[in-house]
Design a protein around this ligand. Sequence first.
Ligand SMILES: [Zn+2]
Length: 361
Amino acid sequence: MNTSWFRVREGAATRGVLVLDASRAATDHWPGQRALVVGVGALLPAADRPDVAFLGSAERLSYDTFTRDADRRYAANAGRGRVTGPLLDALGGDRPPLVVVCAVRPPADLADWRDGAAEGVALVRLDPASPGADCPELPFDAAAIAAALTRRPGTVRVRLPGGFPLAWDNLAYRADGTDLVSDAGANPVMRVAFAHTGEAAEVLAERAWDGGASGSLPVEPTAPDPEPTWRTLSGVEQSVVEAWRDGRAARCAACGARHDAGAVACAASGGSVLPTLVREAAGRFVRIRLGVMEATYQPVAGSAAVVGGAVVARDGAGGLAVWQPGPPTGGWVRSTEAWGAFEPAGSADEFLLALPPGKPA
Ligand SMILES: [Zn+2]
């Protein structure tokens, strides 16, 4: 089992794009398109004003850059072919929330947008007599276009095909099976570690926008977090772990009774049979090593622990589940194997301890 770290970044395409037709057939429609851009911008806060592009060009201009110099921008693009390909190629997977294409006739390659982004494009017919297209349409109306461009970021779904999320540093994300899903509108940036077999393939991070469009966020491999330090348990705690290792209940210094293996919380005293560990996060895992002279422990970063070729994680019911990688095309499979709060982990003197979950708020 391997562990790989990735960083999800904020995408660049957070504003919609208004694409104009500068082809010869659309010459008479230039003043109308210029007025439409200004009309849309006047209805939106500065941060939501769309970028502007021309059919046949890959260049995306900010709203301010375009409107400062609209006629010259038009002149520089006049005569361009009525195709969306160059802009589509330039955007790559980082799709904006909505691309509104104004055209005197539907661009021949408009159907290419259907490649996973059918809801991400809308057509405005400059000539109402022209044929429609196989995509949503908007009227030639600034208010309708401004409303369509006002889309809020929704949830982000992050997954490594064949991978199991172990640790992540953005609390807006929660596990949904082996995917991570963020709260709607949350900052999507995070560092995340996945367990996987074989080579780590590409991590997919897809952001949905209110209204149905979605686009991918950039993800890059990154250096792992430093491994948490191994710390020492007290001599009394060492004898507790030794008893558990030997299959015996351990005598509790707090209440005097005996605690079964993994029973860290002491109900009678309200304390812990391993008080050093109360500083560690409730519900998380720690690895414990029994040496000849001392016992040491290391907190596990994140909410799941790799043990051999499997991953141990809490299930939704507060129990512990063992997950194993399924066939290459399938996800992870929950093992029928029961897993206790204190189990051998990898070697004769190393154990995985599940700390008691926190009390519900
Ligand atoms: Zn006790």
